[in-house]
Design a protein. Structure first.
Length: 389
């Protein structure tokens, strides 16, 4: 049976910092059920005392957890109570920062969120642009966009565009890949001349089918086969125009927006990183590997490569793969029960030329190839992929 715990977030302003930090930490404890409440705009000791009394009454003897982003030390001290577990975010860092920066902190709540008129104006302009260029509207005006999001119906284009506009002040347009576009494999001129700021979305057909079923139950539009066909055509369009694309499955909108912001936004970082950095290496692979590198065992396709990291190569099992959990990214060591001397990787480049290479794994299971950092074969696999792409 899961345990329960009362959680309270207290702040002198919006409480966003306290909640973000607290929720990030609490997310590491899935076996506990949390009852959460937020108390923003605690401006004085009187407000703090009222809040503390409420917390103690609600907790009825069970020691609650309080996350505080209060900057005023006198107000913070109210919550330093014997019947409360206090996690004081500001107290943990402000003193050290003062010593490091040789400057006294202002101790003004919410100061980082004070926005000048220019900031408000840029956000408003981004939101207006997003709404005016939603769902393929005004493609002739895409030159003014910061980012153009492509995807099939119900792939998450609009909510992602709105998030980019409201939280990152990016002028985000989105364009639906309709049946006409998918069958012609041609994008409008407004997109083709702005490819460098275009990103595509894809997902798993089962997930897309489920989303469409909620809107149009038992329709051809929602069938898995239709979803799979549309996603394949969309990815072929991305490859034709050399558009980077992201699989949105199991990813938060915040994570997707951050990835797009880093790759296409005004503070693009990838080109500034050292070439040997793993982030660059992963980026080099993205265009080809997500769709075009496959793991084969004894001539049978087993999985599609989706990631390279310090943990090894990660594969998504494909239709013919004899694994139960198809829709989670599966590390190769989860299929180490397959032992063979006939492991090979095949790279299919955008020009449809194939390159394959076999690796002698005897007498080890295939998982041994993908163990970091000791595996010599891992380096061979990565070098083969780099040369093939």
């Amino acid at each position: 049976m899961k345990s329960k715990k009362n959680i309270y977030f207290v702040s002198g302003c919006t409480g966003i910092v306290a909640m973000d930090v607290g929720k990030s930490l609490l997310g590491q404890f899935p076996e506990t059920i949390f009852h959460e409440e937020k108390f923003p705009f605690i401006k004085n000791i009187s407000d703090a005392l009222k809040t503390l009394n409420y917390i103690l009454r609600q907790s009825s003897g069970s020691k609650p957890i309080v996350f505080s982003s209060l900057v005023n030390p006198e107000i913070r001290e109210v919550f330093n109570h014997s019947e409360v577990e206090l996690f004081d975010i500001c107290d943990a860092f402000l003193d050290r920062l003062e010593n490091c920066l040789h400057e006294k902190a202002l101790l003004l709540p919410g100061f980082s969120r004070f926005i000048d008129d220019n900031g408000i104006s840029n956000r408003a302009k981004a939101i207006d642009y997003c709404l005016e260029h939603d769902d393929g509207k005004r493609t002739d005006d895409y030159d003014k966009a910061d980012v153009i999001v492509l995807g099939v119906s119900r792939s998450g284009k609009t909510p992602l565009s709105i998030y980019l506009a409201t939280h990152m002040k990016l002028k985000a347009a989105n364009y639906p890949l309709t049946e006409e576009t998918l069958n012609s494999y041609r994008l409008p001129e407004g997109i083709s001349k702005n490819i460098k700021k275009t990103v595509g979305l894809t997902t798993n057909p089962e997930i897309l089918s489920q989303i469409r079923q909620e809107r149009y139950p038992n329709s051809n539009y929602a069938k898995r086969s239709e979803c799979l066909q549309e996603l394949r055509q969309a990815e072929q369009i991305y490859q034709k125009y050399h558009i980077p694309y992201i699989n949105t499955s199991r990813k938060s909108i915040e994570g997707l927006a951050a990835q797009i912001y880093q790759e296409i936004g005004p503070y693009k970082k990838t080109s500034l990183l050292n070439e040997t950095n793993p982030l660059i290496e992963r980026r080099i692979y993205d265009r080809y590997i997500i769709k075009d590198v496959y793991l084969m065992v004894q001539g049978d396709y087993i999985g599609q490569l989706v990631d390279i990291s310090e943990r090894g190569l990660a594969f998504l099992p494909i239709t013919s793969c004899p694994l139960k959990d198809r829709w989670n990214v599966v590390l190769v060591n989860k299929i180490k029960n397959i032992s063979t001397t006939e492991l090979s990787l095949k790279v299919i480049r955008p020009d449809n030329q194939h390159t394959s290479k076999s690796f002698d794994t005897s007498p080890k299971p295939i998982a041994a190839i993908f163990d970091f950092p000791s595996s010599k074969e891992q380096g061979l696999v990565k070098e083969f992929i780099r040369q093939s792409c």
